[in-house]
Ligand binder design. Structure first.
Ligand code: 6PG
Length: 465
């Protein structure tokens, strides 16, 4: 019988949980995965899993039929679309819920439009738990397609004080772009938290359990967030096999699937300075350079003076983390602001902050002041110059500076914190050294420069050189 509201293609953890979430909200779901075990598991959880893609398409209610893909980003999406598009008809809707690159989403939108199939690229954040209990959803689709799928997306999205954390970002790749920036901010915040742990350990002499208590305490105040909360949890965990803190037995090499790298590249393409996002990606790359790290390990070791007066204090560190996190959001929002102008996307920054308040990985109390700032109107300096985030950053700056100085004095690698410090100092400085760079460019390449006192292009007077 062709009666299902939605088909789920791909029954990995995310697809399986999204299917259960939809079914739990009263939608009739049909699912397919080429892997028989995945189908069996789905049936075990009460889902209707059919044995072929044709079976999936045939079970869908028409007018239009809606299929949600939950397959790994990249070639798997193109392969699934190739097969699926043969089974669908004009007007049908295909949703890609993976972490696809926004340019791939734009290409797929154009390709499927040739068959009059409507393609929606939706960013879904919140991991496996979010997929089951309510993710944050950043939707990209033509408006008519979004209107059709919105009731389902709103129903399964996380709820923040009665508001669904789901919003339309615009057509084409808009949803996947916003999700990419979400992940760039996620990388920056994770790196800042990791560096905070190193300062607690190497400057203040705390063991993982003591550091866990500091994070748990911070999680009760302005730093309250999902990432700080789970940091407290994992720092407190003990490995059963070795009886050591888990953080000491996990190999010190950070993995990644590419969205942080994409965000970094997008900042460079857009000409937006977002050094903390790039620093976080670079830090993961450095962590993977295991041979080089082994060769250098211990050379010129700086002897730490644990707990001494030169280490700043833990209160400063908390302020530094707060300030740096606001700056990580600020960098991401500058990129979003530039992207919506460049691409003509209609999303509002306040709305983006609003749907990140629940369900997603970077959900945090901080998004409330970020929203308020966006509502007050972001000028060219974004969150840095508009209240209330302007004051939050200004008040926490001394703590950030003290922390960076203490960390550097103790030889703690802190690329994210130092990048935030220089980024803020850069915006605060009347002269950032660029006039000297212009002089050098003109000296060696006659590239020309603007003067502060006269219009037009000028050159150095090289007479006598
Ligand atoms: C989310 C996450 C998720 C991402 C993981 C892993 O919002 O739920 O961003 O989409 O896949 O965080 O990313 P990395 O492997 O690149 O760290």
């Amino acid at each position: 019988m062709s009666s299902a509201d939605i088909g789920i293609l791909g029954l990995g953890v995310m697809g399986h949980n999204l299917a259960l979430n939809l079914a739990g909200h009263g939608f009739s779901v049909v699912a397919f995965d080429p892997d028989e075990h995945a189908r069996e598991r789905a049936r075990g959880d009460g889902l209707n899993a059919v044995a072929s893609m044709a079976g999936l398409a045939g079970a869908l209610r028409t007018g239009p039929r809606t299929v949600l893909l939950s397959v790994p980003a990249g070639e798997a999406v193109d392969a699934a679309l190739g097969e699926l598009s043969e089974l669908l008809e004009a007007g049908d809707i295909v949703i890609d819920s993976g972490n696809s690159h926004f340019r791939d989403t734009e290409r797929r939108t154009r390709d499927l439009a040739r068959k009059d199939i409507r393609f929606a690229g939706i960013g879904v954040s919140g991991g496996a738990h979010g997929a089951l209990h309510g993710p944050s959803i950043m939707a990209g689709a033509e408006a008519s397609a979004f209107d059709h799928i919105a009731p389902m997306l709103n129903a399964i999205a996380a709820d923040f004080k009665g508001e669904p954390c789901c919003a339309w970002m615009g057509p084409g790749g808009a949803g996947h772009y916003v999700k990419m920036v979400h992940n760039g901010i996620e990388y920056a915040i994770m790196q800042l938290i990791a560096e905070t742990w190193l300062v607690l350990r190497d400057v203040h002499g705390l063991d993982p359990k003591a550091a866990a208590r500091v994070f748990a305490d911070w999680n009760k105040g302005h730093l309250a967030s999902y990432l700080v909360e789970i940091t407290a949890e994992v720092l407190a965990m003990t490995d059963r096999a070795s009886d050591r803190p888990v953080v000491e037995i996990i190999a010190d090499v950070a993995g990644h699937k590419g969205t942080g790298r994409w965000t970094s590249m997008a900042t460079i393409e857009a000409g937006v300075a977002a050094p903390t996002i790039i620093a976080a990606v670079n830090a993961r790359a450095l962590s993977s350079a295991t041979q080089a790290r082994l060769a250098m390990n211990g050379s010129d070791r700086i002897v730490a003076a644990h707990g001494g007066g030169s280490g700043g204090d833990i209160d400063d560190l908390g302020k530094a983390l707060l300030c740096a996190q606001v700056c990580a959001y600020a960098q991401g929002f500058m990129l979003l602001d530039s992207a919506r102008r460049d691409h003509g996307w209609p999303f509002e920054l306040e709305r983006v902050a609003a749907i990140w308040r629940a369900g997603c990985i970077i959900r945090a109390w901080l998004l409330e002041p970020v929203m308020a700032t966006a509502r007050n109107g972001l000028g060219p300096a974004g969150l840095l110059a508009t209240e209330p985030t302007r004051s939050m950053i200004a008040e926490a700056l001394p703590g950030l500076r003290a922390t960076v100085l203490a960390g550097i004095a103790h030889g703690v690698p802190m690329p994210a914190f130092t990048s935030v410090m220089s980024w803020v100092d850069g915006f605060r400085s009347a002269n950032v050294g660029a006039s000297l760079i212009q002089a050098q460019r003109d000296r060696f390449g006659s590239h020309g420069f603007e003067r502060i006192d006269r219009p037009g292009q000028h050159h150095l007077d090289l007479k006598g050189c």
